[in-house]
Design a protein around this ligand. Structure first.
Ligand code: PRP
Length: 226
């Protein structure tokens, strides 16, 4: 069993050895583009994302990169566990996290849309008095329908949302559309766009003030590449 005093000491040491700035990056589908983009800014060379180390420092040790679940990036940044992060606008808006958003980034272009079965695309928002909506974005979906006076029942799913109408769980879905091929493959069509999405640089509000020199340095490098 780990001795708590030893663990605390270990944590202290690892904090002391940590790079002064922590940068949270999304694992998964955004990871490659985020890493390639960062390399272009010169903020880091290639990072060994297969390493078991949780904090990956850049060459001069000024920034530590943390690979996080995409939905956790805004949380780490709002709470200051990371100073800076990259995430999608979809995840940020759904999270409602309060962070600075100094720059939109030129990748991960897609949109958050309402979609429904292809055989009834014309009056999709009216064909059910209380349409059921399957989505990974319950907050944004609820807001979209509420603003239009539609009393929707929003059903939260964690993935493969297109299954909702296919299995008669839901009338419509609210989900990310990039090429549209997943919709087409499941007999669905896009009905309305809720949000145009791309990657965004986010910064912890306190760090923006307290580490302004370092953070401005990062923003300038990123802006130069955009
Ligand atoms: C996303 C999204 C759609 C698909 C859209 O899913 O939720 O299912 O990509 O892309 P397309 O328009 O190019 O077909 P993801 O791959 O992230 O997996 P998930 O469905 O499990 O969330």
């Amino acid at each position: 069993m780990t001795n708590p005093a030893a663990l605390a000491q270990e944590n202290e040491t690892s904090r002391a050895n940590r790079p002064p700035l922590l940068f949270a990056l999304p694992k998964g589908r955004m990871a490659d583009e985020s890493l390639a983009f960062l390399e272009r800014t010169g903020l880091t060379g290639p990072l060994d994302t297969n390493s078991r180390k949780l904090v990956l420092p850049n060459e001069d040790g000024s920034i530590g990169f943390v690979m996080a679940k995409p939905w956790d990036v805004p949380t780490y940044v709002e709470y200051g566990a990371a100073d800076v992060g990259i995430c999608g606008l979809d995840v940020l808006r759904e999270s409602g996290r309060k962070v600075h958003e100094p720059l939109l980034l030129p990748f991960e272009y897609c949109r958050l849309s309402v979609a429904g079965p292809a055989n009834r695309p014309d009056t999709p928002l009216r064909y059910a008095s209380q349409p059921r909506i399957a989505t990974k974005y319950p907050r944004l979906a609820q807001e979209f329908f509420r603003q239009r006076g539609v009393n929707a029942e929003v059903i939260g799913l964690s993935g493969s949302v297109e299954l909702g109408p296919v299995l008669n769980l839901a009338d419509l879905i609210v989900d990310i559309v990039e090429t549209g091929s997943t919709l087409r493959a499941n007999g669905l069509v896009e009905i309305r766009t809720i949000l145009e999405v791309q990657a965004v640089l986010i910064v912890n509000r306190a760090a923006y003030q307290l580490k302004s020199r370092e953070i401005q340095g990062i923003i300038e490098r990123v802006r130069a590449v955009i």
